[in-house]
Design a protein around this ligand. Structure first.
Ligand code: DX5
Ligand code: ZN
Length: 222
């Protein structure tokens, strides 16, 4: 499995976004995770299109956009114009047909499509989407805030890996990830590791990401 880190920019010092993007690059991040919250799907409002464009102008790193919004379908083209590479939407924002058409729409703009599951959503929720999602994002906190306590979703991750095999679809974990929780998730089959506070809050972000990646590589099943 290809083990990747995706620091969550929402946890960065937003008063100095350029320096934070440079620090993220220098730390060896594989992706930049970008959390969009609308104050309706989650009880918080985060960063949006203009900041995404600014980040796109600063870096070539793939931008991994996590939409915690009730109607992401209204904004797929805009996200593409702003430079998103991956767009992930939650499974419970609409009925199956609508979610499928959103994932198709994301692909039609040349982006990768992710499907996110809150902690209380079971692995079976992905079954209708196995042919149209590139990434399954398993939330290991309730979405809305950085710095929350990790919730162990190992069993869900193992079930997802049974459904999708090792090679085709990535499993991303998001919330409370640090080296020890990354190890737990990697052993179950996760391969993309979002890190907010443990990355941007560390004295050395490079050491923090290296430790997450090292723990994940040591624990992953293949
Ligand atoms: C939470 C967001 C996360 C968050 C991660 O709703 O989706 O990406 O920023 O932050 P940490 O790693 O601090 O839990
Ligand atoms: Zn996120």
């Amino acid at each position: 499995m290809n083990i990747l880190t995706s620091p969550s920019l929402f946890a960065a010092d937003l008063t100095k976004i350029e320096a934070e993007v440079r620090r993220t690059e220098a730390a060896g991040a594989d992706l930049i995770h970008y959390d969009v919250m609308d104050g309706v799907y989650v009880p918080n409002i985060s960063i949006g299109f203009e900041m995404l464009k600014a980040v796109r102008a600063l870096t070539q790193l793939p931008l991994d956009v996590h939409m915690m919004t009730v109607r992401p379908q209204d904004y797929i083209e805009r996200l593409s114009e702003c430079g998103a590479d991956i767009v992930t939407v939650h499974n419970d924002i609409a009925d199956e047909d609508t979610v499928r058409s959103i994932l198709d729409d994301i692909h039609s703009f040349g982006m990768m499509a992710g499907l996110a599951l809150r902690p209380d959503v079971s692995a079976d929720a992905v079954l209708p989407f196995l042919d149209c999602a590139d990434i399954i994002l398993v939330m290991t906190v309730n979405p809305g805030f950085s710095g929350q306590k990790f919730m162990d979703m190992s069993q869900k991750i193992r079930t997802l890996r049974d459904y999708i095999g090792l090679d085709t679809v990535s499993i991303e974990v998001d919330g409370g990830i640090n080296p020890s929780t990354a190890r737990i998730c990697a052993a179950a089959g996760a391969n993309i590791f979002v890190a907010g506070s443990s990355a941007y809050g560390a004295p050395s972000m490079k050491d923090a990401l290296d430790a997450i990646k090292g723990a994940a590589i040591a624990a992953c099943p293949d």
